[in-house]
Design a binder for this molecule. Sequence first.
Ligand code: NAD
Length: 292
Amino acid sequence: MAEIIAFIGLGNMGSGMAANLIKNGFDVRAFDLAEEALARAEAAGAIRAASAADAASTADVVVTMLPTGKHVAAVYNDEIFAAAKAGALFLDCSTIDISTARRTIASALDKGFAMADAPVSGGIGAANGGTLTFMVGGQEDAFIRAKPILSAMGKKVIHAGGAGSGQAAKICNNMLLGATMVATSEAFAMAEKLGLDPQIFYDISSVSSGQSWSMTSYCPLPGVGPKTPADNDYQGGFAIALMLKDLKLALDAASSVNASVPMGAQAESLYQVLANKGEGGRDFSYVIQLLS
Ligand code: NAD
């Protein structure tokens, strides 16, 4: 019999992820505070639950995809721990602070459950298309149990290490992404001021040592490189508000271990300027507008 999966948090990311579990034959019990999200999950074939505890009560595996660490701690401590079946596996796919991830996993293990943090890389398109990358933090046996479930929602599932390691990998990756996008943007803006045709600069740099994903897969300049949110007035894609959230998590984590992250800090302050200007909903490549 297919495993029963409780899916809690069916927003932009969770809705596509839950739909892919259903397509892959899992029996999904869904809960979200928002009626619209619940109705969408039901239309995709999930069974509606009355609460997070209700969803978890019959599940072999609980997947959460919630906004922040505060939401994750509350849902596990107030609902899931008390309701779940003995031996259930919990997978938190939200992007949250490492300390909440570690604390929640420690509590789960204490109570006889298995749990891993499993944040994702890839946006809403990858969530809908089942092509996410999962970075998993937790014990080996939890990873082995999680792999077939996560594989139904993604193309890569990588064991990053012990509890919280998935979150550590996620924020280090996104700090690098934020910094390379700023660096790519300033290089394009300066190249133009120096009289270079942006397309010619792209043709040179994309096959030279300045090349990066931010340049060749996500060029911040409209009309240059592949089609990106820059070609759509910086709509869609990965919102500045979400990049800022991840950079703040990265800076907090850096200060907790005395890591020196000047590039990450600079990126955070530039994205904060954009958020303060009311541009938090635009794609993060919009940072080029600050540098032009
Ligand atoms: P979202 O706000 O669209 O969805 C979150 C959902 O959680 C909402 O539907 C909300 O109603 C629900 N929710 C909140 N509290 C709840 C509770 N107590 N019980 C049940 N449901 C509750 O957010 P999203 O874009 O889907 O992101 C989810 C997580 O994934 C975040 O941690 C985000 O940082 C991360 N992430 C997002 C993207 C992206 O491109 N959107 C990419 C990678 C990672």
